[in-house]
Design a protein around this ligand. Structure first.
Ligand code: AMP
Ligand code: GLY
Length: 428
């Protein structure tokens, strides 16, 4: 079996690593992959956003399955193009991917489907946007409508900050067409959790819960990033919350999409704020989360391919998705300067020693093989991941592994999974 994985981050290395261990032992290709996937797959010199080149590669190489990691090619219609040509693709259509591609669309679906989410307004004119901010008051959240690589969301503590975010997006056009409109949203209090579900058009199977760490510094300080670490499960998602999330978030959203003639197949990711009145949706993504996937897949019991194929075939069942009880923790090691400007090409040492730590596996994100040396090539460089019998053990193992790795400028948070440790300590 030949599988193409589209993308080149930690999520894609985690997918490749999991698939490489499936009992069918597939031959793997990554477009473009990274220094980690190079060891278990064939990296193709094709960028994930280059839909035409991916389609051409599929035409000549005929993969049995294509799994699309990032949102951009999905929103550009890669799944539609491949499906039309008769290929099997894991990932939603362009119409379904709008749930991530347009926050205005997502909000409209949530409003119509009665999915709990923050109150909001949509604006194209800066003056109207600012008037709404004055009427609502701060804190308040300003979001560019379209895909902005995680940079289009401004959590504003003051009206002045909100005005600046509106100017940056609608006037200075910092996000280009993705910022043609803004969604201005009520600030929600609570603790975040990421719930991902496999969806086959009809059935929903939720994956193990996870929590991301979006801010760059310990204690959730500093600017937002693509994610500085994750752990699974997230104890904030209590047993009582699961049926609520299934019904109020996933069932209602998918029913509303269906009313609009849109069938969803692939992963639907709900970024949730768990507050005093229950879960509210912060955002939907049309794909596996990164770094969440790095903390979730090591807990996935057995083969992944049957679950992904069942999504394509409309045959998804709970039995295809089971979990090891052991928690998993992923620490992201980033380049000096990230999420601001950073340099690339720094040699990385200690990877073998880190992989030798019990329960640990190092997923590569921004790395590449340079004359047999692994070097940095991106902002988020590695996802140092470990499972353990307890959260505390997984945390200890992951940090033991991270501390063996060196590259110039490396930085990572020291408090990944601190919330889970605190909850475990207080609930026993
Ligand atoms: P998003 O990409 O929409 O999930 O936003 C990125 C991050 O901004 C989220 O993970 C939250 O930490 C924060 N955020 C987004 N929307 C809100 C909101 N309405 N209230 C509070 N924080 C938010
Ligand atoms: N971890 C957030 C995301 O994947 O969008």
């Amino acid at each position: 079996m030949r599988i193409l994985i589209v993308g080149g981050g930690g999520r894609e290395h985690a997918l490749a690593w999991k698939l490489a261990n499936d009992s069918r032992r597939p031959t793997l290709y990554c477009a473009p992959g990274n220094g980690g996937t190079a060891q278990i797959a064939t990296n193709l010199p094709v960028e994930a956003e280059d839909v035409d080149s991916i389609v051409n590669w599929a035409r000549s190489e005929r993969p049995d399955l294509t799994i699309v990691g990032p949102e951009a090619p999905l929103c550009a219609g890669l799944a539609d193009r491949l499906t039309e040509l008769g290929f099997r693709v894991f990932g939603p259509s362009r119409a379904a991917a709008q749930i991530e591609g347009s926050k205005v669309f997502a909000k409209d679906v949530m409003r119509a489907g009665k999915v709990p989410t923050a109150a909001s307004g949509v604006f194209e004119e800066p003056e109207a946007a600012k008037a709404y901010v004055r009427q609502q008051g701060a804190p308040i959240v300003v979001k560019a409508e379209g895909l902005a690589a995680g940079k289009g969301v401004f959590v504003c503590e003051t009206v002045a900050q909100a005005d600046a975010a509106i100017d940056e997006t609608l006037v200075a056009k910092a996000f280009g067409a993705a910022g043609r409109r803004v969604v201005i949203e009520e600030f929600l209090e609570g603790e975040e959790a990421s719930i991902l579900a496999l969806v086959d058009g009809e059935h929903i199977v939720m994956l193990a819960s996870a929590q991301d760490h979006k801010r760059v510094h310990d204690g959730d300080r500093g600017p937002n990033t693509g994610g500085m670490g994750a752990y699974s499960p997230a104890p904030v998602v209590t047993d009582a919350l699961w049926p609520v999330i299934r019904e109020q978030v996933f069932e209602r959203t998918l029913a509303e999409l269906k009313r609009r003639g849109i069938t969803y197949r692939g992963v639907l990711y709900a970024g949730l704020m768990i507050g005093p009145t229950g879960p509210k949706v912060l955002e939907f993504n049309c794909r596996f989360g990164d770094p969440e996937t790095q903390a979730i897949l090591p807990r996935f019991h057995g083969d992944l391919i049957p679950a992904l194929e069942a999504c394509i075939d409309g045959q998804l069942t709970d039995a295809l998705v089971t979990w090891t009880p052991h928690p998993c923790v992923c620490i992201v090691m980033a380049s000096g300067g990230y999420p601001g400007p950073y340099s690339k090409g720094k040699p990385i040492t200690g990877l073998e020693a880190a992989n030798g730590v019990e329960g640990a596996v190092v997923f590569h994100a921004g790395t590449r093989l340079q004359d047999a040396v692994t070097a940095t090539s991106g902002g988020r460089v590695l996802g140092v991941t470990a499972v353990g019998p307890t959260v505390a053990a997984a945390v200890t193992r992951a940090y033991e592994a991270a501390d063996k790795i060196r590259f110039e400028g490396a930085h990572f948070r020291r408090d990944i999974a601190a919330r889970a440790l605190k909850r475990t300590a207080t609930t026993g």
